[in-house]
Design a protein around this ligand. Sequence first.
Ligand SMILES: Cc1cc2nc3c(=O)[nH]c(=O)nc-3n(C[C@H](O)[C@H](O)[C@H](O)COP(=O)(O)OP(=O)(O)OC[C@H]3O[C@@H](n4cnc5c(N)ncnc54)[C@H](O)[C@@H]3O)c2cc1C
Length: 476
Amino acid sequence: MNPYDVIIIGGGVIGGSIGRELSRYRVKLAILEKEEELAFGVSKSNSGIIHPGTQVLANSLKGRLCVHGNMLTRKIARELGVDFKEVGELIVAFDEDEARRLLQLKKEASILGVPKLKIVARAWLKVHEPNLSSAAIAALYAPTAGILSPYRLVYDMAENAIRNGVEIHTQTKVESIDFSSCFEISTPKGVFKTRYIINAAGLFADEISKMAGVDDFKIRPRKGEEFLLDKKSESLTNHLLFPLPSRKSKGVLVIKTADGNPMIGPTAEDVEDKYDLSTTDEGLKKALDAAQKMIPSINENDIIAYFAGLRPVAGDDFLIRHEEKASGLVNVAGIQSPGLTAAPAIALFVCDILKRNGLSLEKKLFFHSRRKKTTHLFAIPPAQTERLVKKDHAYGDIVCRCELVSAKEVRSAISRGATTLDGIKFRTRAQSGRCHGSFCTTRIMKILSEERKIPLTSITKRGSGSELIKKDKAYD
Ligand SMILES: Cc1cc2nc3c(=O)[nH]c(=O)nc-3n(C[C@H](O)[C@H](O)[C@H](O)COP(=O)(O)OP(=O)(O)OC[C@H]3O[C@@H](n4cnc5c(N)ncnc54)[C@H](O)[C@@H]3O)c2cc1C
């Protein structure tokens, strides 16, 4: 078999963005992902913010790629039917000292090219952010900050990449990499030969790089705990609210999300374990105290769910480079925040690296840039739902009552690639509401079983080892 031109290791937002961008060109390309579905790594546990570029150093690579990525995301969201909302952000100052720091942040962000920045005073805040603490005296307003669903972005990009010829292999963990006339990547599903490797393996990028012969950086996880509030708090804020950032993080935020539930977090704590996704009482206290400083009316009882994510840190900046020591290997590592925002700009940056290192990028005659927007009942007006139900009764068969998700949407998610309960949750929001799936999980399992023609005992939450029903010999 002819070798691939490019293999991307890692099916998160970075691998997905690079895959979709490269699918414009005549290259033989595959994405290898160890998990059962894409976006099951860092890309599933983040704040979903498309940052404007206000809290990144002006002379950093991540600063440049963040501002460029913010611009590019709008076009990609339009093409792929991803709900992107430009809600704007406020970095809030509570004393004169902090207010002076806002001027410095504004200056740095202006150097990076962040548009439409403005310092707003207490009177403006009272009108435009009425629930904000009266102790706030000023804020830096960046209207280009936005929100979207991070996992739906990955799934929609992947679907579009597949349409344009990209192969995606899940449950395909890279175990070793050899080199003879080209790279030979060993996985449980066989050996993949390729001229170029793009290492987008998130928390495990250091291990992949080492397999390919470059062992000069380490990924250190930085944990962020986030807490989701009930949807009834949807109008708690009009903007994303930030405190002044520190060198280590942007601080604890009050976040508007694409699906309505506000979030508070993330915390920032360096940890050793790349699998430590635990949430803690201290994390909750930290997030709650910091969020209540901005919005005093936030109530602990409104928290309905929590999760933790690990930022893959490899120093202060992103580490994106072609490795001379292993010619053909491009490391895309240390993609901590704002990696979701920067992803489309990283994809262009990587294409440029590939070109400069000998890959010919010839455009395909036809590239399908668009995909049909997915229907979500929770996002459309009741009159439109009524019309849909008349056309197709399955839209009226509500499976998840908390989040208003129909059987039609669940089946459609499965036909678009969902194979697990989490895959369905991330695509449709079914099981994400206050009841945590108590009402809908069994129904969704039945639908999964019917559509995939597998027994209920084979259905998993997030892949092998997370089955919900134990096989019992007596019932086999
Ligand atoms: C709490 C938190 C909040 C954040 N908020 C924001 C935000 O609001 N805005 C923003 O811009 N950024 C944010 N970020 C950062 C953003 O989430 C990351 O930068 C981004 O998701 C990184 O994507 P990735 O594709 O590099 O990593 P991942 O999504 O982890 O993808 C890497 C993939 O590689 C796979 N993999 C690993 N090893 C192997 C192997 N051996 N073989 C095959 N596959 C392998 C993994 O399973 C994984 O799916 C946040 C991060 C955290 C933790």
